[in-house]
Design a protein around this ligand. Sequence first.
Ligand code: CTP
Length: 530
Amino acid sequence: FAGRLTGLGLSDGKRVATVAVREFGDLLSALAPALGDPARKKAAHNSKLLQLLLAKHGTALAGVADDPMLYSYLLEPLASSHALADVVLRRQGRKISPSLAESASRTHQLSELLRPEIVREDLQKLYSEIELPLASVLAEVETAGIRIDAEILGQMSGEFDKELTTLTHEIYDLAGGAFDIDSPKQLGEILFERLKLPGGKRLKKSGQYSTDASVLESLAQTHDLPRKIIDYRTRAKLKSTYIDALPKFVQQGTGRLHTTFNQTVARTGRLSSSNPNLQNIPIGDEFGLRIRSAFVADPGCRLISADYSQIELRVLAHLSQDPRLIEAFVQNEDIHSRTATEIFGVPAGLQNHEHRRMAKAINYGVIYGLSAFGLAERTGTSRTEAQRYIDTYFERYSKVKEYLDGLVQEARTTGRVRTAFGRLRPTPEITSGDMQARNRAEREAMNTPLQGTAADLMKLAMVRTQSRLKREQVQTRMILTVHDELVFDAPEAEIERAEAIVREEMEGAYPMRVPLKIDLGVGQNWRDAK
Ligand code: CTP
């Protein structure tokens, strides 16, 4: 329960036995042969956690066939929790007492109840070939953990302290006096009452002025204070969520950080991580890079980072079968430049930075249910222009248009959409009378098959790569997964072999109409490897 192993509850459907943690010394070794026997089929709710906790007691887990937590996630991806008690409440209408015995028998019951549903919904392959083996891979990745160089973070923390102090004084000067910078109420009054900056809007609920990022960004055009506040907030946030927090997650003794990967949270099928959340480390700015430089290889090892290139766009090409999109990827063209050519009629050699930037925003925008309004916001163009670009895009890539329209239609008639691997996403609001809700559901119907298929591919690649690393008995270990990237810790003597394995398994994860490509780098730390 709650990530803490209180004991083991065992049930064969009729009888129940429990083993408390304090009895583990004697009993776990007696149970070990059965727990580690792949031929003895087992059910475990959250098998990843069980494997992880048993590993801490030196006991292997094999032969898990049913994981009702994963069943529940695949069947009802919109549900907010797949914890045992919540699944029992939803599926059996019962409140359960958190005892080992009851947990064990409910796990057995849920397995019997949900297994046939998985088959009926055609989710069996996704479950047994991707999600279930992935749970075990994730347990291994979490157990491996990653080495953190606390000194780098300590140094950063000191620098950030100094910068925050300097910023604080600058802010007081600009504001004409000291105040609590972290208080939106006080900040709002200074900006809009004392300094009389334009465009102050009061929030309905609190009556305070809004001082969110977009408000500050537009005020920064006319006054220096908002820019300083933005800098202050960015630094304070990074300091508290990463620079000062990461060392606290490092385990005494191992010196490593063991994050938790969530396999049953994202509605698209993507993985996420918590404690810490590795998905939110800024990409491509100086601070993000420095934070990544604190994730280091073991002595005698290097980190390998392998990142799928433009995976969602490749999935779009594969699923829509648009000939122009397929051609661009097969010919290994610059996809954004190609789209710029299609939209602006300007050949690659004559394009400027703006052409490519706009094309890139459209290419990725399509995946999120592009609207003229959204594109105009993101690129700073007018809405009329944006609409014209979108129209031209869909003229040139007409199969993409057909494919996306088809998804919305599918959602309307069946109430759900699926990824290439059959992952389900219900879209209950697709027929809603509320236009906003309906639009959102339409965007989800277009986005989930693309994002979700990318997620399926990534998960499949993880399962394949991990099993190959084991089969080849190398020392290289998978230690992180973030977005479309995998990170490995590899002994120096093994680097080339590990690179080849990772490349083959990730690029060969699944045959598509366009090639899958990864960018791969090696370095002493995560920044240098990327
Ligand atoms: N992205 C986005 N919208 C944009 C730009 C980027 O959604 N206008 C997201 C995409 O998910 C993309 C990720 O940010 O996969 C990384 O962006 P980037 O590396 O710039 O994308 P590439 O397609 O590799 O661009 P380039 O060829 O310029 O490197």
